[in-house]
Design a protein around this ligand. Structure first.
Ligand SMILES: NC(=O)c1ccc[n+]([C@@H]2O[C@H](COP(=O)([O-])OP(=O)(O)OC[C@H]3O[C@@H](n4cnc5c(N)ncnc54)[C@H](O)[C@@H]3O)[C@@H](O)[C@H]2O)c1
Ligand SMILES: [Fe+2]
Length: 387
């Protein structure tokens, strides 16, 4: 078997482990760090908490809290200028996927020639970055584990993806206490994003034994805790399971690829400003229904791992149950359709041609179990509008 795996070199898991950040920076011998975060965490006092920990350990701190949405080239440039001006030598990312992707891109820019655009695409980074310690706060994207970044071009509004081992964070600190402030709607959207990573990695044409193990264990953890985390935001076991599940799913998809849900979700996000997790959640049931025929045994294994069926249930029945349960999950967690999100029907229909074009050429489409025709992609977009 030939296989290449890119994973963070150190992972720390547990309640209040954010307090370990100073010790970890000491080991890396950074003397001045840039904390990248967002306005929510600044207001919540979490940046000052981390900054104080670092100051006590004689580590100088500079903070950049301008990641106020999904990241674009302007936000990255702004953070990079600060990193250089303040002569930083490492980065602490405290936030969701938007913050972590911004930090990973600043880190890579700091040690490589070229523009942000040059460093996007697959394996276009020559040298490792300055280094990032990632503290995820959303339990969704798995960016703290992945070699992927998603950055929007501020001018064209096109979402660019970078995929290189240089984007893998040096250290991930999984402190579930940081995720407990998430409101219900965010818990639902990012949780289904993580579930989608696990499912798409398991059925991907690039899956390996190693990614299978992580993908299935992530499905199990996320499925068993998702509703609990949503209904009771203070359930610490459920929050911890969701964070560990999304981390495992992050390693799995980062090394095995995502599939058609993600290819079709990015254009909805770009055209209608739907957050990443939500547009995935809108599409997951319909795309799963479309894709099951490509690998019924793998989708059946997912259903069995969720305890929706046992070994005696035929694969086809497992697949039907899985699709129904994904629809049910979306309804229970109040995931809106594009229509109930407020997207105008005429505008949606006018964009279908362009969205389908973008989805057809996206890299992950070719890793989906069934490779769709252009018309099939358009049909899925149509069917998803009001369901
Ligand atoms: N790099 C990857 O591997 C990867 C994978 C999937 C998605 N992404 C990207 O990640 C971005 C989305 O990240 P996300 O879904 O984590 O959301 P996000 O980082 O955009 O955060 C969404 C909102 O939630 C707030 N928030 C974050 N943590 C919170 C908490 N604990 N309590 C309350 N509010 C909190 C943020 O301030 C923000 O307003 C997109 O740009 C997407 O393309 C990256
Ligand atoms: Fe995702």
């Amino acid at each position: 078997m030939n296989c290449e795996l890119d994973i963070p070199s150190r992972v720390i898991i547990g309640a209040d482990t954010r307090a370990r950040v100073a010790q970890e920076i000491g080991f890396l011998e950074w003397s001045r760090v840039l904390i990248v975060s967002d306005p929510f965490h600044e207001k919540a006092g979490r940046i000052s908490e981390i900054a104080q920990l670092l100051s006590k350990a004689d580590i100088e701190v500079s903070t950049c809290t301008s990641v106020d949405g999904e990241p674009d080239t302007e936000m990255v440039r702004c953070g990079f200028q600060q990193f250089q001006a303040d002569k930083c030598d490492g980065i602490v990312a405290l936030g969701g996927g938007s913050v972590i992707d911004t930090a990973k891109t600043i880190s890579v820019l700091a040690r490589n020639e070229g523009t942000i655009e040059n460093l996007m695409g697959i394996d276009n980074v020559a040298r490792q970055g300055a280094g990032v310690i990632a503290l995820p706060t959303t339990s969704g994207t798995g960016s703290e584990a992945s070699k992927v970044v998603v950055i929007t071009d501020s001018q064209s509004q096109v979402k660019m993806t970078g995929r290189s081992r240089a984007y893998v964070p040096s250290i991930a600190i999984l402190d579930y206490k940081l995720t407990m402030s998430m409101p219900k709607s965010l818990t639902a959207a990012v949780g289904i994003d993580a579930l989608t990573h696990a499912i798409e990695a398991y059925v991907s044409r690039q899956a390996s034994d190693f990614t299978d193990l992580l993908a299935l264990s992530a499905v199990k953890l996320i499925w068993s805790s998702m509703r609990q985390a949503w209904h009771n935001s203070t359930d610490e076991d459920a929050r911890q399971n969701m964070l560990i599940g999304s981390f495992r799913a992050g390693i799995a998809f980062s090394n095995a690829s995502v599939g058609l849900v993600h290819s079709m979700s990015e254009p909805i996000g770009a055209c209608f400003h739907v957050p990443h997790g939500l547009s995935n959640a809108m599409l997951l049931p319909a795309v799963t229904k479309f894709s099951v025929d490509g690998t019924p045994s793998r989708y059946a294994a997912i259903a069995r791992c969720m305890d929706l069926a046992d070994g005696s249930t035929p694969d086809e029945e497992c697949c039907r149950t899985l699709v129904n349960e994904l629809h049910q999950l979306g309804r229970e967690l109040e995931i809106p359709s594009p229509k109930s999100f407020g997207i105008d029907k005429t505008s949606y229909e006018e964009h279908i041609e362009k969205m389908a074009n973008d989805a057809a050429v996206a890299g992950s489409t070719s890793n989906n179990p069934v490779i769709p025709t252009f018309d099939q992609i358009k049909d899925i977009y149509c069917d998803t509008y009001d369901t």
